[in-house]
Ligand binder design. Sequence first.
Ligand code: DGL
Length: 268
Amino acid sequence: MKRAIGFIDSGVGGLTVVKEVLKQLPHEQIYYLGDTARCPYGPRDSQEVHQFTWEMTNFLVDRNIKMLVIACNTATAAALADIREKLDIPVIGVIQPGSRAALKATQNNRIGVLGTIGTVQSMAYPKALKGLNRRVEVDSLACPKFVSVVESREYKSAIAKKIVAESLLPLKSTKIDTIILGCTHYPLLKTLIENFMGSDVAVINSGEETASEVSALLDYHDLLDHDEIGANHRFFTTGSVSIFQDIAQDWLDVPDMQVEHIKLGGAS
Ligand code: DGL
């Protein structure tokens, strides 16, 4: 019986990680849960994010997933260590892979991190980056307007371009040569971010490196799926099915996508 890889995020952001995983591991089955009704997680207290992340985790664990990807930086910062310790399946987040990818890309050891308020306040990226390379210098910037631009399907609009330019202005005067998209929603704004920062700055989407880690971990635990048949992906949202489906179909190449509405905790 095929077992799925579970992905959780506060909304549609984690789909950017799913996209990379499906590219590298097309035979895998995906179960995805976006807690859209309670998005954004970024401005919330880390204890609340920790609780919501456990609620999402338990929902997917009850559906017999073989591995969990916390495809949300805010949730990774708040709950990865605890969830990893308590579950008996492999669990990964997106902060360590994003940091590794940025260290590979930087030439001058000056790295910018864009994230939610929660991720920036947690200092999870500076800790992860300096844990791997003590000489690296990190400029973090919270971009609280980006998530709602994505969730409201405005990510290709002129408003999005303006918000990106206004938000990233403080980074223009720094010497960073690499930017980590430290929120899984932000890859949907990647072109706008690249255009604003210019070609001297590498923009890192942690999804690709996370997908390589998923692949390596599944291989290590002998959990890889080699059989193409029966990969019935399932997508769950606590919010609007139609908005979720629109964004997911724009972003992923999954035919006959089924999106189901579910309730978690106090959400309706
Ligand atoms: N996609 C999420 C992240 O990577 C969180 C966005 C939010 O809910 O604020 O941090």
